[in-house]
Design a protein around this ligand. Structure first.
Ligand SMILES: Cc1cc2nc3c(=O)[nH]c(=O)nc-3n(C[C@H](O)[C@H](O)[C@H](O)COP(=O)(O)O)c2cc1C
Length: 324
């Protein structure tokens, strides 16, 4: 892992070598669609499924040139969204028990396979039937490799983390508890979910409780659907299948998150001439001091009257700059 980290570090020379022309018309499809003949539930129809809609949905749609441009509730490097989200639902009133794909673009859940005594529990470290919802986040590396090459490896994991974080946020907004299940059998899940070498499971989350009833492995793998309209191959699959699993950052949970916060989230990209007020600057700096271990927040402060120019780590200046 350290090797891949070193290999993909940003240096002025590395950036100069890889900088090239990118034809946006060749962008691979950012959305996976299962066949239309499958049964599904549209978003907004069943209250118990609200948490799913809040976990992954399109929150902004525009037209950029000839192409539609969608943004989701989750942020993504380059807005490429190299992730997908699945959920196994069991014993939820008014909903067929089964394994679903969450189709953010078409705003619906698509039932891939109904379940009864079998399920994905054995692949996420559970021995009994799990009543509630089991989410699986997958990565589709080529969506990001198309632009970022090998460095996409980093963005895929960051985006998968954002997707997992969005499930935690959705749980908070709907007053439920979500648990990250880090003991997953990646290879087993990869097979039974019908993935091929374009898609890899990376983290699972549970909302609900383990019952006392036993569970068996899925009898056969789910249908295979390509998550892309085309691919030029991805890097060594083992880099995705055998990498360390996403685990809980020391049990850190966001405070109560409101639905409007999830649906209104947007990366700020406004460049104004006015200076941030001291109150706003202090507020932002205080948030960045609360980042849970093992994460650190790095910031660059430039030309702000509240603090000297420089690089800051967790709110503390670690390198001061002098400007001419
Ligand atoms: C890991 C990561 C790196 C990003 N890097 C940049 C960047 O260098 N410049 C930029 O303007 N936005 C950057 N973004 C923001 C994304 O472009 C943005 O999330 C995406 O366009 C979708 O917009 P939204 O967050 O408003 O939904 C980054 C986002 C992530 C998650």
């Amino acid at each position: 892992m350290e090797e891949i980290y070193k290999e993909t570090i940003l240096t002025p020379l590395g950036v100069a070598k890889t900088t090239g022309f990118l034809d946006w018309d060749t962008q691979p499809s950012p959305f996976k669609h299962y066949p239309e003949f499958l049964f599904g539930y549209d978003f907004g129809k069943i209250e118990a499924l609200k948490i799913i809609e809040l976990s992954r949905s399109v929150t902004d749609a525009q037209q950029l040139g000839k192409k539609p441009y969608y943004r989701l509730n989750t942020p993504s490097a380059g807005n490429l969204h190299p992730t997908e989200l699945y959920v196994q639902i069991r014993g939820v009133e008014g909903v067929l028990s089964g394994i679903y794909h969450i189709d953010a673009k078409d705003a619906c859940l698509v039932l891939i396979e109904e379940i009864e005594k079998e399920g994905i529990e054995p692949y996420v470290g559970l021995r009994h039937r799990f009543k509630g919802m089991l989410f699986v986040v997958s990565m589709v590396p080529f969506r990001s490799e198309w632009k970022y090459g090998k460095r996409a490896w980093r963005y895929c994991y960051l985006d998968a983390g954002h997707q997992a974080g969005s499930v935690l946020a959705a749980a908070s907004a709907t007053g439920q508890n979500a648990t990250i299940l880090s003991d997953i059998d990646s290879e087993g899940l990869h097979t039974v979910l019908g993935f091929s070498d374009e898609e890899y499971p990376v983290v699972a989350l549970g909302i609900g409780e383990e019952s006392e009833r036993g569970v068996v492995h899925l009898k056969k793998a789910l249908m295979h659907v390509c998550p892309l309209d085309y691919s030029e191959g991805t890097r060594d699959a083992s880099a995705y299948l055998l990498a360390p699993k996403i685990s809980d950052a020391k049990g850190h949970r966001p405070e109560k998150i409101e639905e409007e916060t999830i649906l209104g989230r947007r990366s700020a990209r406004r460049f104004g001439t006015e200076v941030l007020s001291k109150e706003t600057a202090d507020f932002v700096a205080s948030l960045l001091q609360e980042v849970p271990e093992p994460l650190h927040a790095w910031q660059i402060w430039i030309h702000h009257p509240s603090r000297p120019d420089g690089i800051y780590r967790d709110g503390i200046c670690v390198d001061r700059w002098e400007y001419a």
